[in-house]
Design a protein around this ligand. Structure first.
Ligand code: BG6
Length: 484
């Protein structure tokens, strides 16, 4: 691994994302020895007037339960610089602070690495990136690198996203830009490639001959709480489906990459995205939970969906005719994210238990990571009866002593290591927006209306009906007894 000075700059240091995700992830990396006290320094940058200690205390509040000794050592690595997001002055000061730290280190043999994490509202990305480019790059007299992590939303539709990409593209090379989608850092999302391509069992089954439908589902049991203003501008399709669920879709549906090189993997993702057919209105259900508009920052006439179910169809040899149902909703009855691959009925069924159930392979991303396969088995006992049961790999049981890393932890470490495999490439982003932009424009223009649903439920009934229409068969655990 590389040695030398590593400066991590968190822009938007006093914001929610930084406090809840970025700093805790950095702390966990520190705790596990991936960030070494002698080598790394962390700089928080934001507009608020704060002292170093002021920022440290805020961060401490989000790291309850951490051992005091580790935590104090970690907090000592953090400095705060205050400034606006469009003033040269602030960024000059930031650069001086970084350089001061760099020159205070005896770093003759090592390199200088500068990582900028943009935990900021998207409206300031272009100006902040310009400032980084003008004032804060790793000087060319140094060896090492400058890398920038950007968070979604990457625009609101194809045009705005392309505009943002073009602006950032003028400032940084593609290998300096790390577009983060934290779903790609989740353990069971990372497992998908292994599962699909390292198991003989799945290779011949993973296609239209055997698979009836695929559902990729995200549920949250809370509403937009306090984020109504932001959320109403975007809606659930931009917030969850166009990025997180679509990334999962890519890994489920793409062809086998030539190798594990990041470019080879991302090439395949782009190809499968480009094979998605235009979305049909009759294969979309959007909903909004009752009470969403009580948020004073949400306009009374808002049609913004807090729930959506969208069918994607892949026009290629592997998937023709197989619906991929991507569903996401806020304020539902539980918090869960899972992939459900439902297989077709077994032909020539001598048990005549057709109604009873199909094989279904479920990959639960969260909570309680698990993979299980629904199978029909003989109900133990004297009758030749059948029932649905499960071949179950629950991570909590199988990997009891393993702490599964947080998505952000892993992705920040990947950035330091220069591995872009789990980050979104520019052409991939474009292809993702191409799929959803026409639908989003139609929703924005009111051509599709959100149906209302009760908070705390499964969401609109229309969505369940659509899944049934798509051929999804609910598999119940009932026992089938043969007629005597
Ligand atoms: C974010 C969305 O990207 O993901 C939030 O903006 C959502 O609306 C969150 O709550 C969900 O992430 P996770 O990891 O809790 O499933």
């Amino acid at each position: 691994s590389e040695s030398g000075c590593l400066s991590i700059v968190v822009l938007g240091a006093s914001g929610d994302l930084a406090k809840k995700k970025t700093f805790p992830a950095l702390f966990h990396l520190f705790q596990q020895g991936f960030l070494q006290a002698g080598e790394v320094h962390i700089f928080g940058y934001a507009r608020s007037n704060l002292s170093d200690d002021g920022l440290r205390e805020r961060i401490r509040g989000y790291l309850k339960g951490a051992s005091d000794e580790h935590l104090s050592q970690f907090l000592q690595l953090i400095k705060y610089v205050s400034g606006s997001y469009d003033s040269g002055e602030g960024f000059e000061l930031l650069n001086n602070t970084i350089s001061e730290y760099e020159t205070s280190k005896n770093n003759e043999s090592g390199s200088y690495r500068r990582l900028f994490y943009l935990a900021l509202p998207p409206s300031v990305y272009p100006s902040v990136c310009k400032m980084i480019r003008s004032y804060c790059m790793n000087p060319s007299s140094h060896t090492g690198w400058t890398r920038v992590i950007v968070e979604k939303p990457f625009g609101k539709d194809l045009d705005s996203s392309e505009k943002l990409s073009a602006e950032l593209g003028k400032l940084f090379e593609e290998d300096q830009l790390y577009r983060i989608d934290h779903y790609l850092g989740k353990e069971l999302v990372q497992n998908l490639l292994v599962l699909r391509f390292a198991n003989r069992l799945f290779l011949p089954l993973w296609n239209r001959d055997n698979i009836a439908n695929v559902q990729i589902v995200f549920k949250e049991d809370f509403g937009t709480e306090g984020r109504g203003g932001y959320f109403d501008q975007y809606g659930i399709i931009r917030d969850i489906i166009q990025n997180h669920l679509l990334q999962v879709f890519c890994l489920v549906a793409m062809e086998k990459p030539v190798s594990l090189k990041p470019e080879h993997i991302r090439d395949e993702k782009v190809k499968v995205l480009q094979s998605v057919e235009p979305i049909k209105h009759e294969e979309v259900v959007i909903g909004q939970y009752d009470g969403y508009k009580d948020d004073p920052t949400v306009p009374d006439e808002s049609n913004t969906p807090t729930y959506a179910s969208v069918v994607l169809r892949v026009h290629n040899e592997r998937w023709e005719g197989v619906p991929f149902i991507l569903k996401a909703g806020k304020a539902l009855n539980s918090r869960k994210a899972e992939i459900r691959v439902q297989f077709k009925d077994a032909p020539g069924d001598i048990f005549r238990c057709k109604k009873q159930g199909r094989n279904e392979f479920v990959i639960r991303l969260q909570p309680s990571e698990a993979m299980y396969m629904k199978l029909t088995v003989k109900n133990p006992g004297l009758e030749m009866a059948t029932e649905q049961s499960e071949l179950d790999l629950s991570y909590g049981m199988r990997y009891q002593d393993v702490k599964i890393p947080e998505a952000y932890e892993r992705l920040i470490l990947d950035t330091i290591r220069g591995d872009q495999q789990h980050f979104v490439r520019r052409d991939e982003l474009r292809a993702a927006w191409e799929i959803f932009t026409p639908l989003l424009h139609d929703i924005d223009a009111g051509k599709l209306k959100s149906v209302s649903y009760e908070p705390g439920t499964r969401g609109p009934q229309e969505a369940d009906e659509m899944s049934r229409r798509m051929g999804y068969v609910q598999t119940h655990g009932y026992i089938w007894v043969p007629p005597t």
